[in-house]
Design a protein. Sequence first.
Length: 94
Amino acid sequence: MQITEEQNSGRYVITGYGKGFIIVNEVSYQQNLIISPQEIITDWIIESPGDISFSQIQVIENWQPEIVLIGTGENQVFPDGDLMYQFMKQGIGC
């Protein structure tokens, strides 16, 4: 495995993760989040990954991301086809 030093100018950086949690800037979270380098939304409430719709994550449209990573926990769950289509229309990888 090649290791490369990452230079990150964002305010929010994922610094770790494990079963049931993610660490952002050395703070552990155990709830659903939306994270960008400049913003973190900690009050995002969904019941399951299958419930994610484009309207629920439309906030990221203004961020103009190149890619969206959707963490679904212990089991891999693919996003709804409509959500994937919306990402593709905007040139966002998922």
